[in-house]
Design a protein around this ligand. Structure first.
Ligand SMILES: [Zn+2]
Length: 484
């Protein structure tokens, strides 16, 4: 029997870039075994004992199942492989009646929010709750943009914004709260202007600092809801853990290329981010949004759904995405709401948590970001030195491990192209008597490539281009992208 296996965008590089695969089999375990036979690169997603690595989960018809499941599958069933990119009962409002009664709506607000007041589900009570609410948006990039806009337009009384970055030209394709004249301004300043332009009555609190273990609790403490609009695993785990400990709901959004995820993590009543994704993928294995790209309206779609979830938590009603994850694939117009479950062994929200304070947890190490370790393990070459060696005509092999769309933007001449997943079996193409230089966008995936080859037994000298193509741009390429 042929079963459709849907593969989430970030994992498609392991299955020849296919979104949907038909695989013969009558239970989940057999289908996943056959997947590894037919797509050998997908073996990277599995441990040696055949279990999936912790950053991947498998769903059968929208319920999470074990990869070893012998449950038989029927004609028309769907299997979904979902990575960390990363309830249901009508909820009570997060705003107490006492706080609601402390706010009043003036005439201009009654006119401004007329279309909310018309809705039976919101009405005056709901609008007062929205005005009384304090919401923190972490990350003012592409997801943060629509969240800021809609929460400001909806009348959230206090909006906190946290970001320490500046606006760049490349941000403007999807970060719609920033404009051309904001380039090089702090995102926080530009976001504040946008909120004021929408509604000058909103109280804005700015947090222009990087979130770390020693400041996050102070930053989030005063808010009712935290909206995670960040783009890296370290921030996501840090936000999750702090919010579990301080009992704050997190409205989570993530995306990659054409696909997005939204969920509400509230450990008081349901699963947290760690329950769903116990560990991040190894650094460099799954491309980030910056490396993978994103279609312009996608953050608008995902961020708007996040803003909608925030409003439902404030109003108190509707079906929230707590205990569920909405997955939207805008390229194939495929979307589903998956159930996610609390993990009793979760290290932060489980029955016997091992993380009881965030100060003692090493987030850098957990997310594989420890630079020193990588530097010890892998030798790097500076772009200047590589350029000089190429010019001298030194014998060396350059291996480009980037994705095809990245190479299309800037080709690295004279490089052979080997995806990381194929390195082990194609190591014969490398000459162990000659230096091999690995290049990627930022210098992270090339380190992973070298470690992969070492594990596969390759003995030749290997170097990572330090900082990747990004750091070599002005040295190896002229402005037009031409070679030297
Ligand atoms: Zn948990």
């Amino acid at each position: 029997m042929q079963i459709s296996v849907y593969v989430s965008a970030t994992l498609r590089t392991f299955v020849n870039r296919k979104a949907k695969i038909e695989i013969e089999g009558n239970n989940v375990r057999k289908i996943l075994e056959r997947l590894q036979d037919e797509y050998p690169e997908s073996k990277a997603l599995f441990e040696e004992d055949g279990t999936l690595k912790p950053f991947v989960s498998v769903y059968l018809n929208e319920e999470r199942v074990s990869e070893q499941s012998e449950t038989s599958v029927q004609e028309g069933d769907q299997i979904l492989l979902l990575p960390a990119i990363a309830g249901g009962a009508p909820a009570e409002s997060v705003i107490s009646d006492e706080r609601r009664k402390q706010v009043a709506l003036d005439d201009s607000e009654i006119e401004r929010f007329n279309k909310h007041l018309m809705l039976r589900e919101i009405g005056v009570k709901g609008q007062k709750r929205i005005k009384a609410a304090k919401v923190l948006i972490i990350g003012l990039g592409s997801l943060g943009s629509p969240v800021v806009q809609y929460l400001a337009a909806a009348g959230v009384g206090t909006i906190g914004i946290a970001d320490f970055d500046e606006v760049s030209l490349g941000n403007l394709q999807s970060q719609v709260i920033h404009g051309t004249r904001d380039v090089h301004r702090p995102k926080i300043a530009s976001a504040r202007d946008s909120i004021k332009a929408i509604n000058p009555k909103i109280k804005i609190e700015t947090h222009n600092e990087k979130l770390e273990v020693d400041n996050i609790a102070d930053i989030i403490e005063d808010y009712d809801i935290i909206v995670d609009c960040t783009d890296n695993y370290k921030s996501r785990y840090l936000i999750n853990d702090a919010c579990v400990l301080l009992e704050k709901p997190v409205v989570f959004g993530a995306m990659y290329q054409f696909e997005g995820q939204v969920s509400v993590f509230d450990a008081k009543s349901g699963p947290c981010f760690r329950c769903q994704f116990p560990a991040p993928p190894p650094s460099g294995l799954v491309p980030t949004c910056a490396e993978g790209g994103v279609i312009s309206p996608l953050p608008g779609i995902i961020g708007s759904i996040q803003a909608n979830e925030v409003l439902k938590l404030i109003i108190g009603g509707g079906e929230s995405l707590a205990g569920k994850m909405l997955v939207v694939d805008t390229w194939n117009n495929h979307s589903s709401v998956l159930r996610i479950h609390k993990n009793d062994n979760c290290p932060i929200c489980g029955k016997n948590p091992s993380i009881t304070e965030i100060e003692t947890f090493d987030y850098e190490d957990f997310c594989g970001l420890k630079q020193e370790e990588n530097e010890l393990l892998v030798e790097a070459i500076e772009a200047e030195e590589l350029a000089a060696r190429i010019e001298k005509g030194d014998p060396l092999t350059i291996v480009d491990v980037r994705e095809p769309h990245e190479r299309a933007i800037q080709r690295f001449p004279n490089a052979i192209v080997i995806p990381i997943g194929q390195l082990a079996r194609r190591q014969k193409e490398l000459d162990p008597d000659v230096d091999t230089i690995f290049i990627c966008r930022e210098g992270k995936r090339s380190i992973l490539a070298i470690n992969t080859l070492r594990e596969a037994g390759y003995k030749g000298p290997m170097y990572s281009l330090k900082g990747g193509i990004e750091s070599a741009k002005n040295i190896i390429f002229s402005n037009e992208g031409a070679w030297l």
